[in-house]
Design a protein around this ligand. Structure first.
Ligand code: 2AM
Ligand code: CA
Length: 259
């Protein structure tokens, strides 16, 4: 797709996502909270309303189908498909009322070519188009530091990763510290923006990471699965997103090192 066409689509995606941010902040109806796969996997009427609004807009304006976390399905990933997480960090939306994002990506044959991550309460719009660099609120993010290793940065991960990967506890002790926000899209965007060096998650879905993967790679981060293999955003799985040397040093210490 031509850069000019992508930038036009990006403008439309950003204005749509910003519009629905207002719905998240001022829901028209009382919040109705339901559980999905487990008691901490939540969905609300606002997630569903946002998904419906964005899916309708994207389909009407572009004709490309939408895969969304809360029910929109596609027959195939061939050609152009929108990937949408209406609220990434629904637990935060319900409990802390901050650190949740709207994540929207356009994929071409499964490759993200446009991404928007809207930090609703932080009022930050992270964007990227393939080959065009990454931005926050229209300002270039620049390229992350390629030289420092994991001992020199903050790392973003969660207790379930630490419990599953005993080596991760040791790595976090050796790093500058451990943080967790509870939204994969925002955490990856934080790494892209240079405020943390790496993000480790064991189980993300296509809509959690499609936009943020592009924002990360456009700011010079390396994004792979936890075993170092390429991420196909069409598949669920683990993710290791980090500045280049943070990534290689983490991969060695977590996976490749004999002890
Ligand atoms: P969600 O809020 O859209 O569900 C929290 O660890 C991060 O992992 C969030 O980005 C959350 O996205 C994502 N996640 C993916 N699958 C999840 C699940 N089954 N339960 C809770 N969080 C999940
Ligand atoms: Ca979600």
């Amino acid at each position: 797709m031509e850069r000019k066409e992508l930038l036009k689509l990006l403008d439309f995606a950003v204005s749509t996502v910003k519009k629905v941010g207002v719905i998240a902040l001022n829901p028209r109806e009382q919040l109705d909270i339901q559980t999905k796969s487990n008691r901490n996997d939540l969905v609300t009427n606002v997630d569903k309303e946002i998904e419906q609004f964005i899916a309708d807009e994207m389909l009407a304006k572009t004709g490309y189908p939408v895969l969304g976390e809360e029910g929109h399905r596609v027959d195939s990933f061939d050609g152009r498909v929108w990937l949408l997480d209406p609220i990434d960090g629904t637990m935060n939306y319900v409990e802390t009322h901050r650190d949740y994002a709207i994540s929207l990506a356009l994929c071409e044959d499964g490759i993200p070519v446009l991404g928007v991550v809207q930090d609703v309460t932080g009022d930050k719009t992270y964007t990227a188009v393939l080959g065009g660099g990454a931005f926050c609120n229209g300002q270039p993010l620049g390229i992350v530091n390629p030289d420092v290793d994991y001992t020199q940065v903050l790392l973003l991960t969660d207790l379930k990763e630490i419990l599953a990967l005993p080596r991760l506890a040791r790595v976090l002790e050796e790093s500058r510290g451990h943080r967790r926000y509870g939204s994969a899209a925002l955490e990856m965007s934080t790494v892209a923006a240079g405020r943390a060096g790496g993000f480790v998650h064991l189980w993300v879905s296509p809509w959690d990471i499609a936009a943020a993967t592009l924002i990360c790679s456009e700011s010079g981060c390396v994004v792979t699965r936890l075993d170092g293999t390429t991420v196909d955003v069409r598949q669920k799985g683990s993710v290791l997103a980090a500045w280049p040397t943070v990534h290689s040093s983490l991969l060695y210490r977590l996976v490749q090192s004999p002890n």
